[in-house]
Design a binder for this molecule. Structure first.
Ligand code: ZN
Length: 138
């Protein structure tokens, strides 16, 4: 896939992230087909109709339990087999990586994490699942 599509997907993911209502971590994702058309975009947040109280939002572990990931929300717009490239503003978690492969994604590009306690970039899992995973600096 041409680098221009990878850069476009990352810019779309970057542009989508601010739509997240999460006050601590705004994550954006864009999914493209092989020819470069957009399958879906998404951002992290609670399921529709579920709002967090201030107290709930302040508890990181509780908030995380109720948060759907940007990748999952973007893939929900896609037909299995359509996605080829997934771009996300943070390294994917193991679950999102597996879900991306289930939808047919062949290349995942992400921004590096700026979190000091971030999970490691799942390169080993990507290799096992035969999906290319690249970290691209902004
Ligand atoms: Zn995830």
């Amino acid at each position: 896939m041409k680098d221009k599509w990878i850069q476009l997907a990352l810019r779309l993911a970057d542009a989508t992230a601010p739509a997240s209502a999460d006050r601590y971590h705004k994550v954006g994702c864009a999914v493209l087909r092989k020819e470069g058309s957009v399958c879906g975009i998404g951002f992290n947040g609670q399921p529709p109709g579920i709002d967090l109280t201030d107290e709930e939002a302040s508890h990181r572990d509780f908030r995380r339990r109720l948060t759907t990931h940007a990748e999952s929300n973007a893939l929900a717009f896609c037909q299995p087999g359509d996605p080829y490239l997934l771009a996300v503003t943070l390294p994917p978690c193991d679950r999102c990586l597996v879900d991306a492969v289930r939808y047919g994604v062949k290349i995942i590009v992400c921004r590096p994490s700026t979190e000091p306690d971030a999970h490691p970039v799942p390169f080993e899992l990507a290799k096992r699942l035969k999906v290319e995973l690249r970290v691209v600096n902004p």
